[in-house]
Design a protein around this ligand. Structure first.
Ligand code: UDP
Ligand code: MG
Length: 330
């Protein structure tokens, strides 16, 4: 296989503290890979500024001006990690043969890319980075993550255990992903749906080197719900079964109380009545809530809103400028 053009896609939200470190690590890696002839010299790093409120975009522009290997796009506003990542993939696929998506915080071991490229050489279209240990995560995070992945698997979602969004995709795979029209994005659950030859490479996940997590508990929870409701309809079915069971129990109760009444034992019944009213009320609210969640999703999907809007594309800007200069020459 001839050497391919690699694009790193790095979503960044308020990462001014991280960016200089990340850029240094990336350029070292890229230089090494290029000099080893593993990737083409026109490979690049594409930063996606997800509507940051700090100096992130300024830094990206500065990087682009000093090293042509760095480029960037700026989204028109903050759209969240998944949308930013998708924006980067869609921009990069115009120029790259293979794309590696990675967080800006260097938690993912950049040297795992060698493994990615080995698998690519073996003909894989998708290579998943998988965390081999979670020692650096808090116990709470480890436990919740494990439980969550298991639950997803139970719900019939095809998900790669302990894989986040550190992965290599070929242009072909990204183009296939583009055909998924949904706005409720949970990329790590969507990519396995693509099929194609894929493999995993495990690596040790580090701590965030600077700055703080952009995923507080609240965002994490809503992302977790997103994962379930955009990939599985099983919760609705579970509720249907639950409803059926509760209904059967109430039938049994009815018969029981009827028999008691027939043999002349009056029911002292206050407790049972109140308990069953509350239990049923609660179940109904829960059921309506879950169904509402899905209806909300349908509502958003029917709008077909764009998932992201690119405000500035540094490479595109350069091309336009060049064109202008060329036109003036003629
Ligand atoms: N991120 C983003 N938009 C957001 C939140 C996060 O692009 O609205 C980026 C962030 O800059 C980082 C990646 O998503 O590159 C993962 O975020 P983070 O490391 O904070 O998440 P954690 O590793 O704590 O789950
Ligand atoms: Mg992180």
């Amino acid at each position: 296989m001839e050497t391919e053009t690699l694009y790193f896609v790095i979503p960044c939200y308020n990462e001014e503290e991280m960016l200089p470190l990340t850029a240094r690590a990336l350029i070292e890696k890229m230089d090494k890979l290029i000099s080893e002839g593993r990737i083409a010299p026109d490979s690049k790093v594409l930063f996606v500024d997800d509507g940051s409120k700090d100096r992130t975009w300024e830094l990206i522009e500065r990087l682009h001006r000093s090293v042509p290997m760095f480029t960037g796009i700026k989204l028109s506003r903050n759209r969240g990690h998944q949308n930013a990542l998708l924006a980067g993939l869609m921009t990069a696929k115009e120029h790259a043969d293979i794309i590696v998506s990675m967080d800006a915080d260097l938690q993912d071991d950049i040297d795992a890319v060698d493994g990615f490229l080995d698998k690519r050489a073996e003909g894989c279209d998708i290579v998943y980075g998988v965390r081999s240990s979670r020692e650096k995560d808090t116990r709470f995070k480890r436990w919740t993550a494990r439980t969550y992945y298991k639950m997803l698997a139970r719900l019939g979602v095809d998900i790669i255990y302990d894989h986040a969004d550190y992965r290599l995709m070929s242009r072909r795979a990204v183009e296939a992903l583009e055909q998924f029209d949904e706005v409720n994005l949970f990329l790590r659950g969507m990519v396995p749906m693509l099929g194609f030859k894929s493999d995993t490479v495990s690596y040790v996940r580090n701590e965030r080197a600077a700055g703080e997590s952009k995923y507080p508990l609240k965002k994490m929870l809503s992302f977790a719900v997103e994962g379930i409701t955009s990939l599985s309809v099983k919760p609705i079915r579970l509720i249907t079964s639950l409803g059926l069971i509760v209904f059967l129990i109430s039938l049994a109760m009815l018969i029981y109380f009827f028999v008691l009444w027939c043999i002349g034992k009056t029911v002292q019944g206050w407790t049972t009545t109140v308990v069953s009213v509350w239990a049923l009320g609660g179940l109904q609210l829960l059921a309506i809530g879950v169904i509402g969640e899905y209806i909300g999703k349908i509502y958003l999907e029917t709008k077909h809103r764009p998932k992201f809007l690119v405000d500035v594309d540094l490479d595109e800007e350069d091309r336009r400028k060049e064109e202008k200069v060329n036109n003036q020459k003629h």
